[in-house]
Design a protein around this ligand. Structure first.
Ligand code: ZN
Length: 139
């Protein structure tokens, strides 16, 4: 399926645009067949080209409130974080149950003090998550 150069008769690969030997623009051996089914445009006589319609989803995301996110995380801890960040809430619940709870049991209750930093992290996380989401939706 090689195509021959019209100037120097060198063999070039079928997809080559220019001759490897002399640089002449190569004539396509097989001319792309124009779609005969395409109806000519009545205005300029050219066949209609299929237009690709790109559908852009413009779903307006309601922006959440950082205040509400902070208050919910303040009162309900990781459960309140579900409002702002589901993944964050799940991670904090896992930390609380898998890390802090065993420590608390092991230290006969003293480990409960770890819930305080965990709770603070949850509030900050919730507010930051809403901030990030609002920044993205503004763009
Ligand atoms: Zn050539």
């Amino acid at each position: 399926m090689n195509q021959s150069c019209t100037q120097c008769d060198a063999k070039n690969s079928d997809d080559a645009v220019f001759c490897d030997n002399c640089g002449t623009r190569l004539q396509r051996a097989t001319v792309a067949v124009a779609p005969s089914t395409a109806a000519p445009n009545p205005h300029d006589g050219k066949p209609n080209t299929n237009q690709v319609n790109v559908t852009i989803n413009t779903i307006a995301q309601p922006s959440k409130s950082t205040t509400v996110a902070g208050i919910l995380a303040f009162f309900f801890g990781p459960l309140g974080m579900f409002y702002s960040t589901v993944s964050g809430a799940l991670i904090m619940i896992l930390i609380n149950t898998l890390i802090i709870l065993p420590i608390m049991i092991f230290t006969v209750g003293f480990g409960a003090i770890l819930y305080f930093p965990s709770w603070l992290v949850g509030i900050v996380w919730a507010v930051m998550a809403v901030n990030k989401q609002n920044t993205i939706s503004v763009k």
